[in-house]
Design a binder for this molecule. Structure first.
Ligand SMILES: [Zn+2]
Ligand SMILES: [Zn+2]
Length: 412
């Protein structure tokens, strides 16, 4: 816009606008008579004219403020606010400086605001005015820029020098009205899984039309069960873990209790016959993990230790047999053998008592008839060979009796 000089220093646009102007109530505005340099030296203290960014739903009214920041001192200002008229309708402009001038009806786009002090440089910061828009019911759900701009010469100080401001446009984000979450449930509320099995939990947000129905999942013990972003739970190890779903606003939670159950790992144990001295067992199935025993491979019929054992049987000994006959001077030996395992048992046979086996009639030799056969007088080598065996026999008989006694004792 072209700048025109007029008696008192003033911005051309302001003066031009004065021909058709509405002056708002004229409360005093902070002013500073001292001229100041306009250009900011760095970003942080840059002079800015800023329009807010807001969110609104179709049909709603929304108000955005226009503010000054790091105002170096101005005496006149003309700004234009442009927006998408198909989505937004300017409903109200509120003057925060109390002496803005408007020259248009609200339906003019860009909308122009003017301010003029005339003499003083005004360094006021903060809200200059705000704009209330009504969002069209049919507005597309997207961002609508609210642009603020000025032309060369439209912002000046009391020496008619241009004052530079950076323009920071705002926007109105149109989206459906927010419906707050009021609760969440998680199903199933509890579940038993075997290691490696999965279940996908379902979270239900109320109300149905809540704006943000997202939830996050967390396991109380990832060593037992893990959960992914979609609520899919994987059983890792025996034990239990709580899976918690938390609503996006963090206000509501629901929990599902996951129990990872023990699964037997059954291996077949072959039948083992008992021996004379060692227990055997029937065929059964044993869990490698916890030692549980079952009659079947499916682990349906549990067995106890006494169910599976086959008791050791006693040796099945045969009769005692004399392997070394006892004499009057030496003990004998006898043995018996287990017919099942071949185990031998031996025991001694007591010495024979002298005489108890000599038949007294044995040797009438003293009164030998005088057959005087000198050869007759054989020495006592004439011992009846039978005596020996008869002595052994009696010992054996005795031993048998003894053995019988032992057996009887055992039976008691
Ligand atoms: Zn087991
Ligand atoms: Zn045996």
């Amino acid at each position: 816009m072209k700048k025109i000089k007029l008696g008192v220093a003033a911005c051309a646009a302001v003066i031009l606008a004065l021909s058709n102007v509405t002056i708002m109530t004229s409360a005093a505005v902070d002013s500073d008579a001292m001229p100041k340099a306009a250009v900011a030296s760095s970003k942080s203290d840059a002079s800015q004219i800023i329009v807010d960014t807001k969110t609104a739903a179709p049909g709603e009214d929304v108000t955005v403020a226009l503010s000054l920041k790091n105002n170096p001192g101005i005496t006149g200002m003309v700004l234009r606010i442009s927006y998408d008229s198909t989505a937004l309708k300017l409903k109200l402009v509120e003057d925060k400086w109390s002496n803005l001038m408007y020259s248009q009806t609200l339906d003019v786009n860009p909308y122009k605001i003017m301010w003029f002090d005339g003499l003083n440089n005004v360094k006021t910061n903060g809200e200059v005015c705000n704009f209330t828009f009504t969002v069209n019911e049919n507005a597309a759900l997207k961002d609508y820029d609210i642009e603020v701009s000025y032309s060369e010469g439209d912002i000046c100080d009391n020496l008619e020098q241009d004052v530079h401001f950076d323009m920071v446009s705002g926007k109105i984000t149109v989206k459906n009205p927010t419906v707050d979450v009021t609760g969440v449930t998680l199903t199933p509320a509890k579940k038993e899984l075997k290691i490696g099995e999965t279940v996908t939990l379902t979270s239900k947000i109320t109300p149905d039309n809540a704006t943000d129905k997202k939830v996050t999942y967390k396991s109380s013990n990832e060593k037992i069960a893990t959960v992914d972003a979609n609520g899919k739970v994987t059983a890792i190890a025996e034990g239990s873990a709580d899976i918690t779903a938390t609503t996006a606003d963090g206000k509501y939670t629901a929990t599902s209790k996951i129990t990872v159950v023990h699964v037997h790992n059954l291996v077949k144990v072959a039948k083992k016959d008992a021996t004379c001295t060692e227990n055997g067992n029937i065929e059964y199935y044993k869990c490698e993990k916890d030692g549980a025993m079952f009659a079947d491979a499916e682990g349906k019929k549990a067995l106890t230790e006494s169910d599976i054992v086959i008791k050791a049987v006693a040796h099945k000994f045969g009769d005692w047999n004399i392997t070394l006959a006892a004499t009057e001077t030496a003990e004998g030996v006898e043995e018996r053998v287990c017919g099942d395992c071949g185990k031998k048992e031996t025991r001694s046979i007591p010495k024979l008592n002298p005489g108890d086996d000599k038949p007294t009639t044995d040797n009438p030799g003293g009164d030998k008839p005088a057959t005087d056969n000198p050869g007759d007088d054989k020495p006592a080598t004439d011992d009846n060979p039978g005596t020996g065996s008869s002595a052994s026999l009696s010992a054996a008989l005795g031993a048998l009796a003894l053995g019988a006694a032992v057996v009887m004792k055992k039976k008691k």
